[in-house]
Design a protein around this ligand. Structure first.
Ligand SMILES: CC(C)(COP(=O)(O)OP(=O)(O)OC[C@H]1O[C@@H](n2cnc3c(N)ncnc32)[C@H](O)[C@@H]1OP(=O)(O)O)[C@@H](O)C(=O)NCCC(=O)NCCS
Length: 309
């Protein structure tokens, strides 16, 4: 059952200009903005705001199927744990959002953003403080951009920022080894998968497994206990295993499923087993953002999904 809703911190407004280290960040008073819990009838609008928050210059707008997938994912979060899902609104609509979830003794931030024109006015802090109040003392994890306001907010909230790597490129198919011992997973695997999650990050994914299975392929190593979800673009999206060798076999299976360029992300240095697979497959390694954690070390062997940590 979801815990009772936290009360948002009071809106205090901001000074006109504030100097922040080497960066002068103009701040405006935005006392008309209020925080409230997300509702079902907000989903389409919050998706539109999310696109404005995350669309990079030159990037194309989200196609309809991606919009629907985003809404379906947000609806899942809202259904399972509505008290973790908050938005900032004024008379003209939604200005920011922080969607988070408690899963037993674990908390994750699924997505978080404020419209560009309102950043630096304290809305992001109020949203994060609100969902962190809901998290309580739970250990937590999420994948972070390098946006300076985001990293500032996260570190000030006590999260360790662990650099992440990503691997991209076309798999050299001549490098793919013979893969044995894997099968397609189903609901009957969720019990041991949740036990594995609990060993690796303190809690099972619980209802997130059932949601992932509706849209993604699940491949499991039952004897050795490991699993990987492979998304609709044939990319690994969440991988957990008992040992590095099992994790490598699962990652090879995901790479073997790819048809053109692939992407493996959210790789911390605790997961060099994944880098070794990527090097063997002739993928290109780069850095990308941080895994933000508190109350637990970076899990391994484990590749979190950006959406399901
Ligand atoms: C991260 C984000 C949600 C924060 O929202 P916000 O409303 O801008 O946050 P706040 O105004 O409450 O706080 C931002 C803090 O960063 C500081 N800041 C803002 N812009 C900055 C910059 N360019 N460089 C350094 N610090 C900056 C502000 O001064 C403030 O710190 P302070 O409260 O100690 O003065 C928002 O900036 C955003 O949507 N970023 C793009 C999307 C993103 O990266 N989301 C995070 C995904 S993990």
């Amino acid at each position: 059952m979801p815990a009772p809703s936290p009360q948002p911190p009071s809106s205090t407004g901001s000074p006109a200009v504030k100097t922040n280290g080497r960066v002068a960040v103009p701040l405006r008073t935005v006392d008309q903005v209020e925080l409230r819990q997300l509702r079902e009838d907000d989903l389409a609008a919050v998706e539109r705001v999310s696109e404005q928050v995350f669309l990079e210059p030159g990037e194309s707008a989200r196609p309809p199927h991606i919009i629907q997938a985003w809404i379906g994912w947000a609806r899942h979060l809202l259904t399972v744990d509505p008290a973790g899902c908050w938005i900032a609104v004024d008379a003209s609509g939604i200005k920011g959002f922080a969607l988070s979830q408690n899963r037993d003794d674990f908390w994750y931030l699924a997505t978080y953003g404020v419209l560009p024109e309102l950043r630096g006015t304290g809305i992001g802090k109020q949203l994060l403080d609100t969902v962190l109040a809901y998290a309580g003392e739970r250990p937590g994890m999420f994948s972070s951009t390098t946006h300076p306001a985001a990293t500032r907010r996260y570190r000030l909230a006590g999260f360790s920022l662990i650099p992440q790597m990503r691997m991209i490129g076309a798999v050299d198919r001549s490098t793919i080894p013979a893969i044995t011992g894997l099968t397609e997973g189903d609901e009957s695997d969720f019990g041991w998968m949740d036990e594995l999650d609990t060993r690796l990050r303190g809690a099972g994914h619980g209802p997130d497994h059932a949601f992932l299975l509706t849209t993604q392929r699940l491949v499991v190593d039952r004897p050795h206990r490991g699993y990987v979800y492979i998304d609709q673009r044939a990319r690994p999206s969440l991988l957990a295993a008992t040992d590095a060798q099992t994790a490598q076999t699962l990652l090879w299976e995901a790479l073997a499923a790819s048809s053109d360029d692939t992407l493996v992300n959210c790789i911390t240095s605790a997961n060099e087993w994944a880098v070794d697979v990527g090097m063997a497959a002739r993928l290109n390694l780069a850095t990308e953002g941080y895994l933000a954690v508190r109350g637990l070390p970076a899990p391994a062997p484990y590749l979190p999904g950006g959406r399901f940590l």
